[in-house]
Design a protein around this ligand. Sequence first.
Ligand SMILES: [Zn+2]
Length: 219
Amino acid sequence: MIRPWSSEQPSKAALLSILAISHRFMMDSGVEWSIRGLDSLDPEEAITPSHRLQLAFRYKIEKWVFRAVNDIFDRQAGRKQLRSITNEDIENMGVRTFVLIAKDIETVQASRISVVVNAPIAYHSPHCSLNQQRERDCAHAWRDYWRTIVPQMLLAADQPTPLQDLAAFLRHTEIRHVENACKLQILSQFEQAGVLTIEPTVRKHVASSIWDLYQQGYM
Ligand SMILES: [Zn+2]
């Protein structure tokens, strides 16, 4: 017998049954209880992101859509993202959801590449600009740093630096031959371009598009 009130951790199968039954008989507290239980399973037993999406559609659990999308984006960072989605995942989440996620993973990847390719324009402090040679060296060192270090960070095959962490990292990193005042000015201009915050925005956007489609009955 399943006893939700027992202190022992119930199994995933038990939680899934309770979720199904509670949903069927509209017992909200049972639904909430099993959601909490499923969310706190050990990592090796935890439900996969695509299974979570499937359950989100089946039982109308909106908050799980965002969580699942986040997990899919995080699961295999870097260049493996799309390849890491299996046929079983696609079956679970549905083709429309997969297409939305795939497009947005592409968007994020394209943004990373565009940041790598386009070094932010160098601005120079009044002190740096006093001496033309110094300013040239500073600009050169900045471009050089961008060309050599930033690709390794943003396009790493495993665990690339999130775009939104790049500016903070650079702010705290000393770059040889680049004046700190110049660097800070460059970074504050660069941050205003908005490309660095694209990833969280895209994740939220894809989760809400998926939920909209679901509500229109497409899932
Ligand atoms: Zn400078």
